[in-house]
Structure formats: structure tokens, C-alpha cells
Write a protein that binds this ligand. Structure first.
Ligand code: PMP
Length: 413
């Protein structure tokens, strides 16, 4: 769907005004925020929901008969329902609140690993993974004497699907791959990958840290066994996120952390555990975060995926074209299916040097290995400059980035 230019601009300026930080300045220049893959900015609705909770409802959840505790519990559980609906989970009990993607993956790697992984088993990840979807599995392999296998990646950033099929075997206990690569923007064909793993009875975890903010995620349609996400990359607060897990798996997995809330009955001799999802939510949860997260999901729902996807693909195409026209600029990651994440290098100029100059324009881009050191090794790079776009960014901001890139070239000529 193509949104007419004028309607778009009117809507866009209204949308931009929802995000207070977008009208701030850096070095006296308007902020241009192109680091959305690291974390997105927060609309006033989310900020207000958090302030509102602490101003009017703050209380511990699931523990009191008093009015405030009941209100806080309702709001917390209502947020869980919003997230469950957002990813179309079959039940609210399949959504576990965590600190974010990293904690969600660690939870599965530890708990699933404890129950199902033994010596000689294989864990299959990909060469495109963020450290968060490598290290927990590597540690599991060390604990259990299991073997970490890696799906190779082509130079353009696409995973080698033939190699993937060959790597799936009777020893593979779980496949863990990302939905969208944070470094290159590759959108992986996860539906087919999940189907292929399932044909061999192998469960699949999808690292959805990047995937969930660029398009609809329907966990039942994907049929993934686990899907992990972080609210702060979805226009929600930091310190909260979630794990979707199929009930059948979650029921068989032991608790990851122990303490209050996750128990049913405790004696000094033994403990029985609470039902799902509470079995995996030990201690006082981040209630304000969950409420802010629920509000972020409402905000995205109001904008709609048509709008978000139209904006983001326009920005990606425009930026790709604009930067490609500059001599010496090399785009890293050119997969056919790509999200609004653009990694590039300028000649032989070090990405930190380039980033420092770009920053002087008030433009926030990411420079470095983006927590994907093995991928950078595979591409024979130390790092890249990464501009990642959100629906609130504009073509004019991309023009400014192009200007800054020309300046970098001039200074380092
Ligand atoms: N996986 C991917 C693909 C990511 O982009 C990130 C964040 N950069 C993570 C995992 C980790 O997310 P968080 O730091 O929010 O736990």
C-alpha cells in the first residue's frame, strides 16, 4: 500500500510529536536518531503509562487483597494479555515476562538444556546470531558436553538453506536462529526453517529481538516453539521483554530461577511449583515495565503494520539508493528480504572515525561489531556503520546522513 505524500507528512509530523526526544537537539542540531535497532524511542503514551502507574497504582502484584494490589495485578495481567494477543499466542500462560531477549534465551538455554540436552547432542544456531543467541548455547554445550553447530551465511547475508537441511540430524536437540539480523537486516525465512526442523521432531527458538518490531508475528502460524523479544526495541521501556513458549515445552521445563511467586507450596523438605506462566517469574516483577510494554503494543496496533512497513521500506530503499550513489560506500548485507537496517563502510575509513564525524551532525548511528563478532569474522570485517530506521524517521534525515558521509570522505581523503 502506498500512502499519499501529503497524508503521510501530516500523519508523520503528528507521529513524531508523540516522541518527545525527537524534538531535542544534539550539539545545537536537531537529533537524527538512526540507532533504532539498538533501542527505539518511546512515545509519550508509554512514558505516561509508567509515570501513571507509579503515581497512582504502585503496589506489589498477586500478593495482596487490598485495593491497590488488586489494581496493579489487573494492570500487569492485562499487559500480558496484550502481548499474547500481539503475537497471537494460544494462551496468556504462554507469555513469560523477562528482562528481555537476552534473559529469555538464557531461560530456554538453561531450562530446556537441563531437561532435554545430554552429552553428544547438537545445538544448531546460525552465523548471523547476536552474542545473546550464541553464548548461552555455548555455555550449555560446555556444561552438557554437547556440540554447537552453525548454519553458514553467504556473503550477501542470507543463510545457506541447503547447508541448514544437511545440518539437521537425529542428534539436533534444538535450532535457535534470529528472525531478523541486527547487523545486516536479513529477514530469515523462519517459517520454512521451522517446518524443516519440525519434520525431524526438532523444536525451534526464534530470537525475535529485531523481528517483532518490523511486521506482524503470529507464533501459531509460524508454529515456533519459542519466540523471544525485548520491549525496548518495540517503543516500550527497557528492562522488560518476554518469552513466548509452547505450553507443552514450558510444562516439561524446570524453573529457571527460584523464589517467591514461582512456588505453590514450600516446606523445608520440598517445594512444589506454581502453574504457568508464574513458574518462570520468580520474585517481584517489573510491573511498571509490563504496563509500559502493553501501552507500546497498543501504540503499534493503532499505527498498524501497513503504515509501519510502508514507511520503513521507503526509508530503507531511499537510504540504500542515496548512500550507494556515494563513491567508495560499500553496503554490507544485500539479502533479497531485508528490514530497515543498513550497514555500510566508507572506503577504508575506520567506522569509529566515521561515526565520530557523523555524530557531529547530531546523527546517532551505531558503529562496531553490533554484538556479532563471529559474523564480522566471517565477513572479514572488524565492524560496520549501521543506520537503522523507524517509521518516525524521514527522507530529509537520510539526506543529512548522506551529507555527513560526504564530509567524512572529505576529511579522510
Ligand atoms: N538478539 C538480537 C538479534 C538483537 O538485536 C539484540 C539486541 N541488540 C539481542 C538479541 C539482545 O537483546 P536485549 O539486549 O534487549 O536483551
Amino acid at each position: 500500500m502506498r500512502i499519499p505524500e501529503i497524508q503521510m507528512n501530516t500523519t508523520l509530523s503528528a507521529i513524531r510529536s508523540d516522541f518527545p526526544i525527537l524534538s531535542t537537539t544534539v550539539y545545537g542540531k536537531p537529533l537524527v536518531y538512526f540507532d533504532n535497532a539498538a533501542t527505539t524511542q518511546k512515545p509519550s503514551a508509554v512514558i505516561d503509562a509508567i509515570t501513571g502507574y507509579y503515581s497512582e497504582t504502585n503496589s506489589n502484584v498477586h500478593r495482596g487483597v487490598h485495593h491497590l494490589s488488586q489494581q496493579a495485578t489487573l494492570a500487569y495481567e492485562n499487559a500480558r494479555k496484550k502481548i499474547a494477543d500481539f503475537v497471537n499466542a494460544a494462551s496468556d500462560a504462554e507469555i513469560i515476562f523477562t528482562r528481555g531477549t537476552t534473559e529469555s534465551i538464557n531461560l530456554v538455554a538453561w531450562s530446556f538444556g537441563e531437561a532435554f540436552v545430554k552429552e553428544g547432542d547438537e545445538i544448531l544456531i546460525s552465523a548471523l546470531e547476536h552474542h545473546s543467541n550464541i553464548v548461552p548455547w555455548q555455555q550449555l554445550c560446555l556444561r552438557k558436553k554437547a556440540v554447537l553447530r552453525v548454519i553458514p551465511v553467504y556473503d550477501n547475508g542470507e543463510l545457506d538453506q541447503e547447508a541448514y537441511m544437511k545440518l539437521l540430524n537425529d542428534c539436533t536437540r534444538i535450532v535457535a536462529v534470529n528472525h531478523i539480523s541486527n547487523s545486516l537486516g536479513t529477514i530469515n525465512p523462519i517459517k520454512g526453517m521451522i517446518r524443516q526442523a519440525h519434520e525431524r521432531g526438532i523444536p525451534v527458538l526464534i530470537d525475535g529481538a529485531q523481528g517483532i518490531s518490523h511486521g506482524p508475528v503470529d507464533v501459531q502460524e509460524l508454529n515456533c516453539d519459542f519466540y523471544t523479544f525485548s520491549a525496548h526495541k518495540m517503543y516500550g521501556p527497557m528492562g522488560i521483554g518476554g518469552l513466548y513458549g509452547k505450553k507443552d515445552w514450558l510444562k516439561q521445563m524446570p524453573p529457571y530461577q527460584c523464589g517467591g511467586e514461582m512456588i505453590e507450596k514450600v516446606t523445608f523438605e520440598e517445594t512444589t511449583f506454581n502453574e504457568l506462566p508464574y513458574k518462570f517469574e520468580a520474585g517481584t516483577p517489573n510491573v511498571a515495565g509490563a504496563i509500559g510494554f502493553g501501552t507500546a503494543v497498543d501504540y503499534l496496533g493503532n499505527l498498524g503494520w501497513d503504515f509501519i512497513r510502508t514507511r520503513e521500506s521507503d526509508l530503507l530503499n531511499y537510504a540504500t539508493e542515496k548512500l550507494s550513489q556515494i563513491e567508495g560506500v560499500r553496503i554490507i548485507g544485500t539479502s533479497a528480504q531485508k528490514a530497515s537496517i543498513l550497514s555500510f563502510l566508507i572506503g577504508n575509513i575506520h567506522f569509529f572515525d566515521a561515526g565520530t564525524i557523523i555524530d557531529q551532525y547530531g546523527i546517532a548511528v551505531r558503529t562496531g561489531n553490533h554484538c556479532t563478532q563471529p559474523l564480522m569474522d566471517r565477513l572479514c570485517l572488524l565492524g560496520t556503520i549501521r543506520a537503522s530506521f523507524a517509521f518516525y524517521n524521514t527522507r530529509e534525515e537520510i539526506d543529512l546522513l548522506a551529507e555527513a558521509v560526504l564530509k567524512v570522505k572529505e576529511l579522510f581523503a
